[in-house]
Write a new protein. Structure first.
Length: 637
């Protein structure tokens, strides 16, 4: 039995010896279980000091990540370096936990031993950034540290007196202003915890329930497999918030199903990528950056989730319409094995697997903190898992859930730590305020110009960085500029949040689209382009935030209702225009008319604007969209 357990925990490393693979796999699993225990204890009881909790957490994750990097490396020197750095990565957490009171008593000032430990920590962080995130973030870290230490050589207002290694160690390692800052706290309290919850729910079979529920609801419709992919990936995204993970999880089933129904490889991959991206913007979990946003703005996470509801639903609405239009244009078949009988069977036999998710929503509604609600949700999942043999979770399976969570969150945690270095330097040197003022000056005082510039900067940062790191940097550099122009903080941060994560489907990065293409066998870039066409709402809706804050639940009930209604009409009309088909093929004039009418409906002006020309423009837009859609219903198919 023990051999079976060891085999189940063994990582894949075909070029390593069995003994090495077994030893490293067991060490990684042990570190993962330790990190999980730490996170759950801190989340439920909250008795661990912030600096100690964050330092211990990052040490455990970093050590586990370095062991995995070493095991999977093809080069001997890199394997040896990774294994050597793993124990060094553990030192900061152990040192801070052991010497916390002494550190506090000396005001957080670093001593010689602290500087040596800091040097080891930075070496481990650099290697992890290279192997799990990429060179773009490493360049930013190197530039930030170089600027902090050599700022005295820079003339003019952007220069400064320069900071020593001792000062950097104090700021970046012995305080909550650098590596162990608020973002790392969010990684401990929310990101790892909710990723753990998502993996546990997948292990007991909730993900399969989502797929079958989607098939039951949409399978009998025209092009049902496409709608199944869109709906199931969207539902799965509500519990894990990861676009790439969604593609890999549901895409292995939905993409072949779509191809058999008649979708091309590129289109099938694009539908899956666009649908999987919905999880990042849909409550109750959303993406990791949403938790960061709540902490930075200083509002409850429930406020962020509620604000994201209408834009997320608009995205899903446009995507479902687009997929249905593609199915009609291509005259695709239906999934005859699906339908209401499947829906009924799923709810009767496996509906209980939805209880943890319903419990999460219920606990949040009862006033539980998100962290306690997540822990209680996991308890519910463990209680119901033994009800059927196929959903039962044993100790080895739980260890696998912990290890998979460590590996899945490693890039995010590393990105958060690296971004903490950059943000710490920006705050230490005062560069953040200067760059924010520079952005306002470049925009020339124009809000639209500032939004366009922000979108451009956010887009390019998102192309080279993970969403969390991109959002953190934008929150420090760009969000203050938007709020200085009079924008509500939640609107400003949601704007950069959207543009920071759109890179999941936009080339040349488009990780979700490329993952889908690897499953579908389609062209990666063509899949990404199709995904952008299907998911264009992510590019449009952020600009509506500025003039329709009601979309984020900001304003009166009337403003929120009117904003949602106008946005729904505008998004639907634009989806029809881009699709080129409704009940029959749309002519060029009809597509242009729908696009113009939709643009007039969502004209960038407050929904309560009483200017006669604005009211007239919106009425004309509504009439134009309505007439063109009615005209289509009168055409022969």
């Amino acid at each position: 039995m023990i051999n079976d357990w060891i085999s189940a925990l063994r990582l894949e490393a075909p070029h390593r010896s069995t003994a090495e693979t077994t030893l490293i796999s067991l060490m990684v699993a042990t570190l993962a279980v330790a990190a999980t225990t730490l996170v759950i204890y801190g989340a439920y009881f909250g008795l661990i000091t912030a600096l100690v909790l964050r330092a211990m957490f990052f040490s455990l994750i970093a050590a586990g990540g370095l062991l995995v990097v070493g095991l999977k490396s093809k080069w001997l020197w890199l394997r040896a370096l990774s294994y050597a750095l793993a124990p060094l990565a553990l030192l900061p957490g152990l040192h801070i936990q052991d010497s916390y009171m002494a550190i506090v008593m000396r005001g957080g000032m670093a001593q010689s031993i602290d500087m040596w430990i800091f040097a080891g920590l930075m070496a481990a962080l650099v290697l992890l950034v290279i192997r799990s995130v990429g060179w773009a973030l490493l360049v930013l870290v190197v530039l930030a540290v170089g600027y902090a230490m050599l700022g005295h050589l820079i003339p003019g207002e952007y220069g400064h007196r320069g900071y020593t290694l001792r000062r950097l160690a104090s700021m970046l390692m012995l305080s909550t202003e650098g590596i162990y800052g608020v973002p790392m706290g969010v990684a401990v309290q929310y990101i790892f915890l909710f990723a753990l919850l998502g993996n546990l729910l997948m292990k007991i079979g909730t993900g399969e329930v989502f797929v079958d529920l989607a098939r039951g609801l949409t399978g009998r419709m025209r092009g049902g497999p496409g709608l199944t992919a869109a709906l199931s990936s969207t539902m799965l995204g509500t519990i894990n918030g990861s676009a790439v993970a969604n593609v890999v999880t549901t895409g292995t089933f939905t993409i072949p199903l779509m191809k058999r129904a008649g979708y091309s490889a590129n289109l099938a991959g694009a539908i899956e990528a666009a649908a999987s991206s919905a999880g990042q913007i849909l409550p109750p979990v959303m993406g990791a950056a949403a938790f960061l946003m709540a902490e930075i703005i200083g509002v409850p996470y429930a406020t962020i989730a509620l604000a994201a509801l209408i834009p997320g639903l608009l995205y899903v609405l446009a995507l479902m319409i687009a997929v249905w239009l593609e199915a009609g244009r291509l005259n695709l078949a239906r999934d005859t094995s699906a339908g209401l009988h499947l829906l009924k069977d799923v709810l009767i036999r496996r509906g209980y697997l939805l209880l943890p998710l319903l419990g999460l929503i219920g606990f949040l509604a009862m006033g539980y903190t998100p962290t306690r609600a997540a822990v209680m949700c996991m308890v519910v999942a463990l209680v119901i898992s033994p009800w059927r043999a196929e959903t039962r979770v044993g100790l080895v399976a739980l260890a696998l859930v912990c290890r998979d969570t460590l590996m899945a969150t490693l890039p995010i945690v590393v990105a958060v730590a690296a971004a903490g270095v950059v943000i710490g330097v920006l705050n230490l040197t005062g560069l953040a305020l200067m760059l924010s003022g520079l952005i306002v000056d470049v925009a020339g005082g124009s809000l639209f110009g500032l939004l366009a510039l922000t979108a451009l900067v956010s887009f390019f940062l998102g192309m080279g960085l993970p969403t969390s790191a991109a959002y953190l940097l934008l929150a420090v550099l760009v969000a203050p500029a938007l709020t200085r122009m009079g924008m509500e903080p939640i609107v400003a941060h949601m704007f950069i949040f959207y543009y920071g994560l759109v890179s999941a489907i936009t080339p040349p990065v488009a990780l979700a689209a490329y993952a889908a293409a690897s499953i579908s066998g389609g062209d990666a870039n063509k899949t990404a382009v199709e995904a952008v066409r299907l998911g264009f709402v992510k590019l449009l809706v952020p600009f509506l935030f500025a003039t329709m804050p009601g979309l984020l639940m900001v304003g009166t009930a009337t403003e929120i209702t009117l904003s949602a209604a106008m946005a729904a009409v505008g998004v639907s009309g634009l989806t029809l225009a881009f699709g080129g088909w409704f009940l029959a093929t749309l002519s060029g004039v009809e597509r242009l008319g729908l696009a113009v009418g939709s643009a007039l409906v969502i004209w960038p002006s407050p929904v309560t604007d009483s200017e006669p020309q604005i009211i007239a423009a919106r009425l004309v837009g509504l009439a134009l969209v309505g007439v063109l859609i009615f005209r289509q219903t009168r055409k022969p198919a």
